[in-house]
Design a protein around this ligand. Structure first.
Ligand code: FES
Length: 58
């Protein structure tokens, strides 16, 4: 399923990007996989995934 339609980034790809790079910020995700860098509609979803990943790591 696509998280970011503009950049065609799937939930799986986004999770991989977050995990591999230990992303904590939307700006990092934007730079590394492009998600969220166009219309911004997917940003709340990216934020949610970042939050969940970071909680898991603690
Ligand atoms: S859906 Fe992600 S930037 Fe538009």
């Amino acid at each position: 399923m696509y998280v970011c339609i503009c950049r065609a980034v799937t939930e799986k790809e986004l999770q991989k990007c977050i995990d591999e790079n230990s992303c904590t910020k939307v700006s990092q995700v934007k730079k590394l996989c492009g998600a969220g860098s166009r219309c911004g509609k997917c940003i709340p979803w990216i934020k949610k995934m970042l939050k969940e990943s970071n909680q898991r790591e603690k």
